[in-house]
Design a protein around this ligand. Structure first.
Ligand code: DGT
Length: 242
């Protein structure tokens, strides 16, 4: 493996502590640099759990998660943090300015970098509409922002770090279709050869992914492009028609 940010799951099984049965069983796939890998599946399928194994929020029960051929269990938290831009389901914004909230991703980020990240994240419009722009205050938890605005700031926070691997855990769910599409297209342009992994509930968000992983009750029910899955994968067809 000579690429950077190449993610590989090898036969991964994972169980939450004390749980009776695993939430993920025998998961194997590869997510390649320069490509977008989407994970779709019904609620509770294990999508969030799956992506949380990459930054090692949890360790696998058996099998392995590798980055560029290296088992994540042998990597330091610092190395993992540098490589991975993880955007959680719920953005954790804190009381402070918008600039400070973005700089939480990278302390040394200057104004140009912050503006660029906000532009890619489709957040520039609502930020510049505010009287104090980047210096506008956010309430604790982003209480004075809409769900979609919070998501976009959380995405910008990951973008300023320019990580090798981006993980978006349902990060587009609160965006309208048009903003969702614009954001994914900007991401594709600005993230270069990074590996992008997107967890999504709706088909619209995954339709252009290079590969879609269909997760069903903790196992992989299919891998392919939208067209491939649409023509042959029953579970994907159900998701599309639901
Ligand atoms: P979502 O977010 O509703 O679309 O669902 P997924 O597909 O992201 O599912 P996930 O990974 O959040 O949850 C999979 C299963 O694992 C589900 O039965 C709930 C359970 N689970 C999730 N987080 C925890 C946890 O922290 N502890 C325990 N014991 N179980 C958890």
């Amino acid at each position: 493996v000579d690429k950077y940010g190449f993610v590989e799951f090898q036969n991964v099984t994972f169980r939450y502590e004390g749980a009776e049965k695993p939430v993920l069983t025998n998961i194997s796939f590869q997510a390649k640099p320069g490509e977008t890998t989407a994970v779709i599946g019904s609620t509770g399928a294990g999508k969030s759990t799956l992506v949380k194994l990459i930054p090692r929020f949890y360790d696998v029960e058996s099998g392995a998660v590798l980055i560029d051929g290296v088992d994540v269990r042998t990597m330091s938290q610092k190395a993992l943090r540098n490589k991975i831009g993880y955007v959680p389901q719920k953005a954790s914004l804190f009381s402070g300015t918008i600039a400070e909230n973005i700089q939480y991703g990278k302390q040394t980020a200057g104004e140009d970098e912050i503006l660029k990240a906000l532009e890619t994240a489709q957040a520039i419009d609502f930020v510049s509409e505010k009287e104090d722009g980047l210096q506008s205050n956010i309430d604790q938890g982003g209480a004075n922002l809409s769900g979609g605005q919070k998501q976009r700031l959380a995405i910008a926070r990951a973008l300023v770090r320019k990580p090798e691997i981006y993980i978006f855990d349902d990060s587009f769910s609160a965006l309208d279709y048009k903003t969702d599409a614009r954001l994914r297209s900007a991401l594709k342009q600005e993230t270069g050869n990074s590996t992008i992994i997107i967890v999504a509930q709706r088909v619209n968000t995954v339709i252009h992914a290079d590969q879609i992983i269909v997760l069903n009750e903790g196992t992989i029910a299919g891998v392919g492009t939208h067209r491939e899955l649409l023509s042959e994968n029953r579970i994907y067809q159900e998701i599309v028609s639901s």
